[in-house]
Design a protein around this ligand. Structure first.
Ligand SMILES: [Fe+2]
Length: 243
């Protein structure tokens, strides 16, 4: 059974965890978070992100891979820190292993991060129950989109897509008030946009599985430099476990 799982990308056999997408207001995550913890995390975030070597001038980012048991909440740093997406999931950067600026291992002790992860673990357990797993490979991405007035920052992949990951949590950390665009778009497999929503407040979250496609529109600025800071908690698929 294990062999079949490894050879078959989950996308061809999608798991319905949130019926394509779920919007979760930041309040849900902020319940047990103090103002200081959020402030400290924003500070940590700004220290960690560095220029994305695959999108210089457009994005800053940092990444760490973790091994997580959503039942016991046991968390450790993974032995491999490379990030792989299949070409099918990302025509821009798929099919190659990307190495991102490293995210400090100290994130595993950050109170805000642990609170967020404990909440995300609820849906991860649903995934594990159905897959008969108890340990997950996670990749945690801090991605800062930045744009000057008249410029643009954009996501990779740039438009509607399905990820390799069976479950992705997109947590907003900060969106500056001068931001233009940066709206999340959801479609069925026909690529026709069906829902548009926007992560505006800290920890507003979009959870996506592979039942529907998603995208985020490019970020522009109404004046000065605009930023959109997100933290992705990605549950990795077998196809992504390349050394
Ligand atoms: Fe995605």
């Amino acid at each position: 059974m294990d062999t079949v799982m490894q050879d078959t990308p989950l996308k061809s056999n999608p798991l319905n965890i949130v019926n394509g997408f779920r919007y979760v207001p930041g309040d849900h995550y902020l319940e047990n978070v103090t103002f200081k913890q959020l402030k400290d995390f924003k500070h940590f975030y700004a220290q960690q992100v560095a220029e994305d070597p695959y999108a210089p001038g457009v994005r800053d980012r940092a990444m760490i891979k973790l091994v997580f048991n959503p039942y016991s909440l046991k968390l450790s740093v993974s032995n491999t820190q490379n990030y792989f997406q299949s070409y099918g999931a990302n025509e821009t950067d798929g099919g190659k292993v990307r190495v991102f600026p490293p995210l400090s291992e100290s994130i595993v002790d950050d109170p805000l991060f642990l609170t967020v992860l404990r909440k995300d673990a609820e849906l991860m357990r649903e995934y594990c129950n159905r897959m008969g797993k108890d340990e997950l490979n996670l990749s945690i991405h801090l991605i800062r989109y930045k744009s000057i007035e008249g410029g643009a920052s954009y996501s990779s992949p740039v438009w509607l897509h399905l990820d390799d990951e069976p479950l992705v949590f997109i947590h907003l950390i900060n969106l500056t008030e001068n931001a233009l665009g940066a709206d999340n778009v959801i479609s069925e497999m026909d690529n026709k946009p069906k829902h548009v929503l926007r992560l505006t407040n800290p920890l507003d979250t979009l959870v996506v599985d592979t039942m529907k496609k998603h995208a985020v529109t490019p970020l522009g600025s109404m004046g000065g430099v605009a930023y959109r800071d997100v933290m992705l908690v990605n549950l990795e698929a077998e196809v992504q476990q390349k050394k």
